[in-house]
Design a protein around this ligand. Structure first.
Ligand code: NI
Length: 405
């Protein structure tokens, strides 16, 4: 498809090298093209085709169809021989959201939208691949660029790891970024240790005994029991978790009842649990079931309970984080642009790569209030300052040059 989008007028970031600044209009074009064709997890066929076409065009060796729609590209530096392998990870999937932006590059897929910036992550990874391939004499070692499906769920990182993307040649370290509208353009959020939370889920069905709303003594009111469970669950974070550790228990769904004068025999809830400290793995499942069982027992209700971990916490390695931090400092204009205590209880399956090899995941500030590009992630008006794309490429390229040399 031929793009007719206007290129941005200028890249204001003076620490981005000229060849990357010159490439920036194309990176923007790729991002907008991907933005127009959002696809859900494991269905990123057009996106994968586009990535593969570009890599082929530039003569970059790559493998497609890994974990359905994932791609791994391999670029070898030619400065001198080294066995070091650095991986760069980008997620490529979109969300089931109807876009409300009225921009020339708005989503052409009904009900689907790149509302988290993964279109930008893909374009940054492509820009990095393009630059590295053309400047192989500037670095040593091997760079693997991982285009991962289904970050928004059910998760493409695990199946890609199982398919062997970190092996042969074996990856020594991995880096990745998330464009971040919680930070303004020209900033980088990077920290050692936990950056994003573990994500766990549960469903619970409270089984009471229905009856007439005027004769409660003949029933077991599932709504009353469920309400007490929701209340009691909040004591886990307030009274069981060490207050130094951050955690969240959110019951996001509670469904029961059909009529005002009928006591509901069943109530259903769905919830999410978040925490940073890996030592808490298994703790919430046990404590939550204890509370549910106890409340149900005291009211004569029964229950069904299903609990499953989704993503591990994102935990950054100290050495690789220091590398990213020092590089980011060179790329952004002011020292205050490094935001050290940037954490979120949001989750990311980058965590599974970081469990396998040391690495660093970081936030690249992308909000621009003045240009009305500051809506939160997953909002139907989400968009970001595309200047960040060139910055992202510059940071990745400098990491490659510094890591392998
Ligand atoms: Ni995201």
């Amino acid at each position: 498809m031929v793009s007719t989008f206007p290129a941005p007028t200028s890249v204001k970031l003076s620490h981005v090298r000229l060849p990357i600044r010159s490439l920036h209009p194309q990176i923007v074009e790729w991002r907008r093209r991907i933005h127009q064709h959002p696809e859900l997890g494991f269905q990123e066929k057009l996106t994968a085709k586009f990535i593969s076409q570009k890599l082929q065009e530039w003569g970059i060796e790559h493998q497609t169809g890994i974990a359905e729609t994932g791609i791994v590209a391999v670029i070898e530096g030619s400065k001198f021989k080294s066995n070091k392998v650095l991986a760069i990870r980008a997620d490529i999937d979109a969300l089931p959201i109807q876009e409300l932006n009225e921009v020339p590059y708005r989503s052409q897929h009904e009900g689907l939208m790149h509302a988290c910036g993964h279109d930008g992550h893909t374009a940054i990874a492509l820009g990095t691949a393009h630059y590295l391939q053309q400047h192989r004499e500037h670095f040593v070692g091997t760079i693997k660029i991982i285009f991962q499906p289904a970050e928004e769920g059910p998760g493409g990182a695990k199946p890609m790891i199982e398919a062997g993307v970190l092996k042969n040649p074996d990856v020594d370290a991995i880096i990745g970024l998330h464009l971040w509208n919680n930070l303004p353009i020209g900033t980088v959020g990077v920290r050692t240790g936990p950056l994003m939370a573990a994500v766990e889920c549960f469903d619970c069905e409270v089984l009471g005994k229905g009856g007439h709303g005027a004769m409660p003594h003949q029933t077991v009111d599932s709504i009353l029991v469920a309400a007490q469970i929701v209340n009691a669950l909040q004591t886990i974070v307030a009274r069981n978790v060490n207050p130094i550790d951050s955690a969240v228990v959110t019951v996001g769904e509670l469904h029961a009842g059909t009529k005002r004068n009928v006591i509901a025999d069943t109530a259903r809830m769905s919830a999410t649990v978040r925490y940073f400290n890996p030592a808490l793995a298994g703790f919430f499942q046990q404590r939550i079931e204890e509370i549910i069982a106890g409340v149900c027992q005291s009211h004569g209700a029964k229950y069904n309970f299903k609990y499953w971990p989704l993503y591990a916490p994102v935990i950054n390695d100290a050495t690789i984080t220091e590398l990213v931090r020092s590089v980011a400092q060179e790329v952004i204009e002011t020292p205050v642009g490094i935001v050290p205590e940037c954490q979120t209880m949001g989750g990311e399956d980058m965590s599974f790569f970081l469990q396998e090899v040391p690495g660093c995941y970081f936030f690249l500030g992308s909000a621009n209030q003045a240009q009305n590009l500051a809506f939160p992630h997953h909002h139907p008006r989400f968009d970001f300052d595309e200047t960040a794309l060139a910055m992202g490429v510059e940071i990745f390229v400098r990491c490659v040059e510094k890591f392998c040399n």
